[in-house]
Design a protein around this ligand. Structure first.
Ligand code: IMP
Ligand code: MG
Length: 333
């Protein structure tokens, strides 16, 4: 039995979705449940020939053996949810906590129409900030108030804790990244909630004593979308030279790219209580590592990077992603 939290260690888009997918296929959890803010998150998931930008459903959906849940702390946009359920054909195994707060049209309008949010902060325009305001003001609707959501309703906390009691494995999936946490990030250039491991546990109604491991995912070259400080940002020319430009899943904005930030990695690992670190994009550090599946295939240049990262993070790097495919990974857990 184990309960694992997987969160992003930098500014989001670290490749959590891929790590979740891999860990799910290996650990065979009976439940994969999402914490985090809401549909501002975006995971690019490739299914066969098609590429989807998933925003509500846990990215662990690629593992067919798990029930997929959305914890009570998460904001639900019913339109986005419905679309994804249809697209991914997961109607029979998606469950929404009955207490999830609902994003309405007016929240999206407020998010996009508010100069401070849309321009200064550079929000995703998905209504998350204003919906969380409505929730704090205690005027927001809950999932249980919507007829079209009735068939998906569940008490996610009860389901997860019961699964753990039965000795099953559970993955709690975070979204966003540590650097845009409302509490610990680069305020005010942050999202509308904490994004650290404790929040992901709380979003799902799972107590701290039930968590066995916290996997923090770090990108070899961190990225950031939207405004705000980015200590190790490189110029556009530098990222072009390295051939590592990226675009956002939700907003399609070009992501800002930086070099490894050891100080941020250490702080993030501390607050998250990291027990296992994952590094993604090691093939950007040394293209010779592309697609490697065994530690022995890593080059000296990559090993040097990993040793330095381990020192910074203060926890062992046990997952190393070597390419976009789910199987392109080294797992020494
Ligand atoms: P909001 O969460 O839409 O209010 O946006 C606030 C800030 O967080 C903006 O800079 C967004 O670009 C950023 N942000 C929100 N969600 C994500 C995410 O899933 N990945 C990366 N950045 C995000
Ligand atoms: Mg993303």
């Amino acid at each position: 039995m184990s309960c694992i939290i997987i969160v992003g260690g930098f500014f989001g888009d670290e490749g959590k979705g891929k790590i979740v997918a891999h860990v799910a296929h290996k650990d065979k959890p009976s439940i994969i449940s999402r914490g985090g803010v809401g549909p501002n998150a975006g995971h690019t998931v490739t299914v066969g020939e098609k590429e989807y930008g998933i925003r509500m459903i846990p990215s662990g959906f690629v593992y067919p053996g798990a029930r997929l849940m959305v914890g009570s702390g998460v904001l639900v946009d019913p339109n986005v949810l419905k679309k994804e359920i249809d697209q991914l054909d997961v109607d029979d195994r998606v469950f929404i906590d009955k207490r999830c707060s609902i994003i309405e049209e007016e929240h999206i309008k407020q998010d996009k129409g508010n100069e401070h949010l849309s321009k200064t902060i550079g929000s995703t325009g998905t209504g998350c900030g204003p919906a969380n305001v409505a929730r704090v003001n205690r005027v927001a609707k809950q999932a249980k108030d919507l007829p079209e959501l009735q068939k998906y309703l569940i008490d996610a906390s009860y389901e997860i804790n019961s699964a753990l009691d039965r000795g099953e494995n559970v993955i709690l999936e975070g979204t966003q990244g540590f650097g845009i946490s409302l509490y610990f990030g680069t305020y005010p250039f942050v999202t509308s909630k904490d994004t650290s491991a404790s929040q992901i546990a709380a979003d799902n109604g799972v107590g701290p004593t039930r968590i066995d491991d916290v996997i923090v995912v770090f990108k070899a070259y961190p990225t950031r979308v939207g405004e705000g400080p980015f200590g190790t940002e490189m110029t556009r020319e530098e990222s072009m030279d390295l051939g590592i430009q990226e675009f956002g899943t939700v907003t399609h904005r070009e992501r800002r790219i930086g070099v490894w930030d050891g100080e941020m990695a250490r702080y993030s690992a501390m607050v998250n209580g990291c027990t296992i670190a994952a590094i993604t994009g090691i093939d950007h550090v040394d293209p010779a590592c592309f697609g490697a599946t065994d530690y022995s295939q890593l080059t000296e240049k990559a090993l040097e990077f990993i040793r330095k990262a381990e020192k910074d993070i203060g926890a062992p790097v046990k997952l190393i992603s070597t390419g976009p495919e789910m199987t392109q990974i080294i797992d020494i857990r």
